[in-house]
Design a protein around this ligand. Structure first.
Ligand code: KIV
Ligand code: ZN
Length: 561
């Protein structure tokens, strides 16, 4: 912003609560959840959902486990009214789900809302009016506090009188002092208590007081102070469920909600992935999974988050951003090499645990196990020029069954990074395997193995004899050598042939995949005489013995390049 623009703005007032307690609280259980996708979320869509799309969203919310669902503003439009009737007429409201309907505190709208609820087994009638000084002064043209309070009380009276018109419905009541976040704390409390006076809730049948951050004007700690102040100063705290309804204007709606829960709230309203007016409502998915990630059950099932995202995107016509917590396409992808190395180490440790182990999740950079929300490890590592050796090794291991020795990984990682750099793009898993095969596997020039056999009986005691035919720099030769194993015997044969400027420094092998048809991979490290330099080669062959010999030939050839 330009300095002259900044002059327009002022700091937001804080709450006088020096003995605030919320900073020392811990969230130990989940709040009550209410989805407002079909109301606050829907009203914020460029193309609002039609009845069919709403039904699909409703079924999704039920399947996730929401027990309170605000289905709309039935008095505001025929579509909203028709949708609620559709739910009733088609018996789509499960026994344990309560339908919530929103309505302004105006008599004819409240009446119409009650009509829409005929036949609904359980309903929350939610009335609201705006209470902040800004709204009083500008929207309601200098309405006094008294007038604003009277609007709420009058609405509450109309509701109270209409409750008996639904004898077969268990009606619960909710009031929101809209714009609570910039309303004077004592006035918000005064108006809520006036509504409670009319509704006469009990501890067994409490009212829901929803305290919305209709606009997020300030930092989450101030929101928490507002909630704690309200809860501590209420006359009959036990007769009210305190509900949060944050929006995300400053990008901290989730933090505000979490601190609000620490401050004493019982319930939260929000939407899937934070759809809603302007920067959105509270993202319920993130809050719930944040709780899960601390070991707290929520009653909401996001174990197939991808399926939830697909329905959400189809019916809202919105796209979930790539970096959105938990669900974004890239949130389980590490591009940085050091992150990839650390993730691989963490994953390897977990792979060694028994499947029913209760060991806590401890993988660097990943707050949860992606599999717990139906995401796969496949997306975790992508290889570009910034990737580390561990990332490359991870992909070769996971996708291609090649378990590279640790000491070989830097050389392979460097080569893959060089290729990615030249390409200027990520390498796919297949491309990585191709580069590895091309540069490090069965390299057979200038030394080429044409045939090989091992005689276990012909060598001295504890020795084997190898007979091989090789081509070296265009010349074919039969060679023989003896040693205490195939590699040693072949090395001795090569020495007799004049190839003897190295020593074998390391060797290992493993089967690739399962079954008798599987190949074997072997890795040989040779050190050039008179040098610190080592060369790794990989051999691949159906026979594990041959894989070792091929690895040695390969390492030798790489040392000659
Ligand atoms: O954001 C808000 O204040 C609302 C109310 C109607 C609860 O959506
Ligand atoms: Zn809202």
């Amino acid at each position: 912003m330009k300095p002259e623009s900044i002059r327009k703005y002022r700091p937001f007032p804080t709450v006088d609560l020096p003995d605030r307690r919320w900073p020392d609280q811990k969230i130990t259980s989940a709040p009550l959840w209410c989805s407002v996708d079909l109301r606050d979320g829907n009203q914020a869509l460029a193309i609002p959902m039609g009845v069919e799309e709403k039904v699909e969203m409703f079924k999704l919310l039920v399947a996730i486990g929401f027990k309170e669902i605000e289905v709309g503003f039935p008095s505001a439009s025929d579509t909203e009214f028709a949708f609620l009737r559709h739910l009733v007429d088609h018996g789509l409201i499960p026994d344990d789900v309560t339908i919530q309907v929103l309505v302004q505190t105006r008599e004819h709208l409240i009446k119409r809302t009650f009509e829409s609820l005929a036949g609904v087994p359980r309903a929350i009638v939610h009335i609201y009016n705006s209470t902040s000084p800004l709204q009083r002064r500008i929207t309601f043209r200098d309405a006094s506090k008294k007038e604003i309070k009277e609007i709420a009380v009058e609405g509450a009276r109309v509701v109270r009188e209409l409750v008996p018109s639904l004898p077969d419905t268990h009606v619960r009541l909710q009031y929101s002092p809209e714009s609570f976040s910039d309303t004077e704390a004592d006035f918000a409390l005064d108006i809520c208590e006036a509504v409670m006076e009319v509704w006469k809730p009990t501890a067994e049948d409490p009212v829901i007081l929803n305290l919305p951050a209709t606009v997020e004007w300030t930092t989450p700690n101030v929101h928490a102070d507002q909630i704690e102040w309200f809860c501590r100063n209420m006359k009959d705290r036990e007769k009210a469920i305190i509900s949060l309804h944050t929006h995300n204007d400053r990008g901290t709606g989730i933090a505000a909600t979490e601190l609000g829960l620490m401050a004493g709230a019982d319930r939260v309203e929000g939407t899937l992935f934070g759809n809603g007016e302007r920067t959105g409502n509270l993202d319920l998915v993130t809050v719930a999974l944040n709780l899960n990630s601390h070991g707290i059950p929520t009653g909401l099932d996001f174990s197939n988050l991808e399926a939830v995202r697909l329905v959400y995107e189809r019916v809202t016509r919105l796209r979930v951003p790539e970096r959105q917590p938990y669900v974004g396409e890239l949130v389980f992808t590490a591009f940085s090499g050091s992150h990839q190395d650390a993730i691989k180490k963490g994953m390897d440790l977990r792979a060694g645990l028994s499947p029913d182990s209760d060991a806590p999740w401890q993988v660097p950079y990943l707050t949860i196990d992606p599999e717990d929300i139906g995401r796969s490890y496949e997306a975790i590592i992508r290889i570009n020029s910034q990737s580390g050796k561990g990332g490359v090794a991870y992909v070769l291991d996971r996708d291609h069954g090649l378990d590279l020795p640790k000491a070989m990984q830097p050389e392979v990682g460097k080569e893959i990074n060089r290729i990615a750099d030249a390409k200027g793009d990520e390498l796919s898993s297949e491309e990585i395997a191709e580069v590895f095969a091309d540069r490090f596997v069965n390299v057979s020039n200038p030394l080429r193995l044409l045939s090989y056999e091992l005689d276990h009986d012909a060598g001295g005691p504890g020795h084997v004899l190898c007979r091989a035919r090789v081509e070296f720099e265009g010349e074919e030769r039969d060679i023989t050598g003896e040693g205490n194993g195939p590699i040693n015997a072949f090395t001795a044969a090569l020495e007799a042939f004049g190839v003897k400027d190295y020593t074998v420094a390391d060797y290992r092998s493993h089967a690739i995949g399962a079954g008798s048809a599987s190949d074997s991979a072997a890795y040989v490290c040779i050190q050039k005489d008179g040098s610190e330099r080592v060369y790794w080669g990989c051999g691949r062959d159906p026979s594990i013995e041959m894989a070792g010999i091929r690895a040695l030939v390969c390492a030798y050839n790489l040392g000659r390049l």
